[in-house]
Each structure stands twice: as C-alpha cells, then as structure tokens.
Write a protein that binds this ligand. Structure first.
Ligand code: NAD
Length: 278
C-alpha cells in the first residue's frame, strides 16, 4: 500500500511515514536502507551527524527507484551554524548522498547558548533559494526559537522535528505549529524503547482490540494525530511491521486514551532538552 503524503506550507508534499537511520552504523546503512526500500519505504530521515549519509546514498544509487519517488531529509549539525558553514555543510551532505538536492534540510538543534540559530536559518533560506534543498525546516526548536526565526526572516519552517511519543506530547509546540502551518515530525516515536510504552494499558488494550502490535498502534496514533514519523529498526521484519499501518484505524476513544498518557509535567521526556544541547 502506498504511504499517504501530507502537504507542507510551501506546497511540497512528504510521505507521512518514513525510515529513520539514527544509530544505524555507517557500514550497515546501505543494507538497512536497501531493505527499507524493498519493504516499501520511500522517505529516509538521516543527518550529517549520523555519519551514514554515504551508505544512504549508496542505497539510493543502487535502488533504481526514480528520484522523484524518493523523499530524502538530512540535517545541519550544531557546529556549522556560523558564517558560510551551512553552505559548505549542505554541499558535503549532497556529495555523500550522491544527490543534487535534498527534499528537506533541517537545522538539527537551535543550540541557544551559542545564539547563532537565526543566522543558520537565514542561510537555510538561501540554500532553498539556490535549489539545494526543496524545503527547509528545523528540529528541536522551542516556541521562542520558532518565533525568533520567523520574525527575523518572514520564512516559516515547513516542519519542526521534535521528540514526541505518548508520554511526551509537547503540546505547547504542537499548538504553535498548528496555528502557524508547521507540520510536526515525531522523533523517537516509539519512545526509543526507553520506557514500557508497549505494556501501557491504553496501547496494549488498543492492540488487543485491533489485532495489531503495540508498535503499530503507537505509529497509528502518530499518523492520526497528523504527525510525520520515521521509526528506526535494522530488522527487516520490524521494518515491514512498522509500515503496515495503513489498513486500520484507532477509534476516537483509543486515541483519547493514548492522549491521556502524557503526565503533562515534562517527565516523559527520554532524551536531551533543546536548551541543554549546545
Ligand atoms: P524510535 O522511537 O523509532 O525507537 C527505535 C527503537 O525502537 C529501535 O531501536 C528498536 O529497538 C525499537 N523498535 C522499532 N520498531 C519496533 C517494533 N516494531 N517493535 C518493537 N520495537 C521496535 O527512536 P529513534 O530511532 O530515536 O527515532 C526515529 C528516528 O527519528 C531516528 O532514526 C532519526 O531519524 C530521528 N531522530 C531525530 C532526532 C533529532 O534530534 N532530530 C533525534 C533522535 C531521532
């Protein structure tokens, strides 16, 4: 089944589900991405810091899939916001990926203590104007960061890619994004396996009721909330499981029960806070 697409505020579209390659070792990336393509994935989420762009590029080159069928995201790393570094960084990423343009380029973290994310965003706008990235967005940006880059440039990011899973739903950011036409990409959509998400009542009971796996229920929750997801697994059977989520629906009650899993005090966060990454 073809993965549905959602539309950005710049008119371009993205497959709502993809395959993420965080922590996929460089020497495994070509195999893993090739297997993801075989399983039907067409959207790949990588980053310069993951060190596996060459492997992703090798899989793209070998796949024989038309470039227009693929959606490739990569990200600008934190030490390259200043001066002309973003221009050099995108050139390096494109070289490694073997591409002339990425579909989406993101500022990976705002690194607020360095206070150079507005400059980085200005450079991203130029990168898009020169056609090196078709769409541009940000990652791990809090509302004050988002407000500042939009005020400085007038350019609203296509997406904000943030840690988001049932125990940590980031409602302040998702509300801001909905009001400003920014799509949310959920990273760590399965909680990175760091808490018992699959055993939680709301997830386990929806899995029992639908006859699907807990991972499929959680991915379905993201999709029905309108979020973009790219779960990571290097195991082909899980890759297949994670994309097999377009032939069932959660009920409003099942969605509401998962919505209620966030304690609301930020304690469900499993990874770094953007203010602490500099
Ligand atoms: P995730 O929530 O996707 O968890 C991945 C882990 O879940 C895997 O290692 C595997 O152990 C387990 N898993 C996957 N499928 C499963 C299944 N069907 N059943 C049981 N367990 C399963 O976490 P992630 O990899 O950190 O996030 C996904 C992607 O988000 C990354 O690969 C990367 O592309 C992106 N990401 C971005 C940032 C950022 O700062 N922008 C940070 C982290 C991740």
């Amino acid at each position: 089944m073809t993965t549905p697409t959602v539309e950005f505020n710049d008119g371009h579209s993205i497959p709502q589900l993809g395959y993420g390659v965080f922590k996929v070792p460089a020497d495994e990336a070509e195999r893993a991405v090739s297997q993801a393509f075989e399983a039907g994935y067409r959207h790949i989420d990588t980053a310069a810091i993951y060190g596996n762009e060459e492997g992703v590029g090798a899989a793209i080159a070998k796949s024989g899939i038309a470039r227009s069928e693929l959606f490739i995201t990569t990200k600008l790393w934190n030490d390259r916001h200043h001066d002309d570094e973003p221009d050099k960084a995108i050139a390096e990423s494109l070289e490694k990926l073997g591409l002339e343009q990425v579909d989406l380029y993101l500022v990976h973290w705002p690194t607020p203590a360095k206070d150079d994310y507005v400059h980085a965003w200005e450079k991203m706008v130029g990168i898009r104007e020169r056609g090196l990235a078709r769409s541009i967005g940000v990652s791990n940006h809090l509302v004050p960061h988002l407000e500042r880059i939009v005020e400085a440039t007038g350019v609203v990011p296509a997406v904000n890619q943030i840690e988001l899973h049932p125990a940590y739903q980031q409602r302040e950011i998702t509300d801001w994004a909905a009001a400003h036409g920014v799509l949310i990409e959920s990273w760590g959509p399965l909680g990175q396996g760091k808490y018992d998400l699959f055993g939680a009542d709301a997830v386990a009971s929806a899995a029992a009721a639908t006859g699907r796996t807990p991972a499929q229920v959680v991915l379905r929750w993201h999709l029905q909330k309108g979020f973009i997801v790219f779960p990571k697994s290097v195991r082909p059977e899980r890759m297949a499981e994670n994309i097999d989520v377009f032939d069932f629906e959660l009920t409003d009650a099942q969605i509401a029960a998962i919505d209620a899993m966030d304690p609301g005090d930020g304690s469900g966060r499993v990874s770094a806070h953007p203010d602490e990454v500099n």
